[in-house]
Design a protein around this ligand. Structure first.
Ligand code: KIV
Length: 260
């Protein structure tokens, strides 16, 4: 089975093909992502919330992400596996950023890393790329900064912030990132960025005009306990179906009708 590479992302964009991406955190769902022929799987720091049960993406550690990346690699032989660099694994220093990106690639087995931010972390991104590690950028809503932002709201709403995010996207492309996630920004700005870049944009809450889309697996499958971001789609209600299946099992055990 051939694995998608970072080069495929640019090819997909230049051929006018849309890129499907989804988050993924374990062996079982990694196999489903492979079988659905989805080219990009992100071991996102959203695992902090949907796997580990924290309130935000802030607490997850690099060790917690590495374990998930390994499981995803075992279950999926065809998608490009991108690993999120967790909060404070790269912001503090360039050396730390390169060391931690290296751990995600060497210890975890990821093929690329994703970092949140633009010019503020340009030295980190450049050094990680210099080390031979592909980087996916992430602009717009940066959930790791939730304590500064105070909420998960639409970003780039003023003229100055719109100009800034376009400049940041051009800067990231100049540094050499292989794709840029655009989260929760107006569709018109995402479209402008998409048209200005050769590298693909992958949108989440950024309208329909990006080169690709990414969604959180638990949101897509209806595993979010009834609470979903506005920009998500539920193609199934697996959470409800799981409770139903488990309740039927329990009823059979308790009534004495369960037999092997
Ligand atoms: O961790 C994550 O799920 C993400 C996506 C929202 C892009 O970074």
């Amino acid at each position: 089975m051939n694995r998608h590479t970072v080069k495929d992302l640019i090819k997909l964009k230049s051929n006018g093909n849309k890129i499907t991406a989804v988050t993924c955190y374990d062996f079982f769902s990694a196999r489903a992502v492979q079988d659905a022929e989805i080219p990009l799987a992100l071991v996102g720091d959203s695992a902090s919330m949907v796997v580990y049960g924290y309130d935000t993406t802030v607490p997850i550690t690099i060790e917690e992400i590495i374990l998930l990346v390994r499981a995803v690699l075992r279950g999926n032989k065809s998608s490009l596996i991108v690993a999120d660099m967790p909060f404070m694994s790269y912001q503090g220093s360039v050396n730390k950023a390169v060391d931690n990106a290296g751990r995600l690639i060497k210890d975890g087995g990821a093929h690329a890393v994703k970092l949140e931010g633009g010019s503020v972390i340009k030295n980190q991104i450049a050094a990680i790329l210099d080390a031979g590690i592909p980087v996916v950028g992430h602009l717009g809503l940066l959930p790791q900064s939730i304590n500064k932002l105070g909420g998960y709201s639409l970003q780039a709403t003023s003229d100055s912030s719109q100009k800034k995010i376009i400049d940041e996207a051009i800067l990231l492309e100049g540094l050499g990132v292989c794709a840029i996630v655009l989260e929760c920004i107006p569709a018109s700005i995402a479209n402008d960025i998409t048209a200005s870049l050769k590298v693909p944009t992958i949108g989440i809450g950024a309208g329909g005009g990006c080169d690709g889309h990414i969604q959180v697996l638990h949101d897509l499958l209806g595993l979010g306990g009834g609470q979903y971001p506005k920009h998500s789609h539920q193609y199934e209600q697996l959470g409800v179906r799981m409770v139903d299946a488990l309740s039927r099992y329990k009823n059979e055990v308790e009534s004495g009708s369960f037999k092997v």
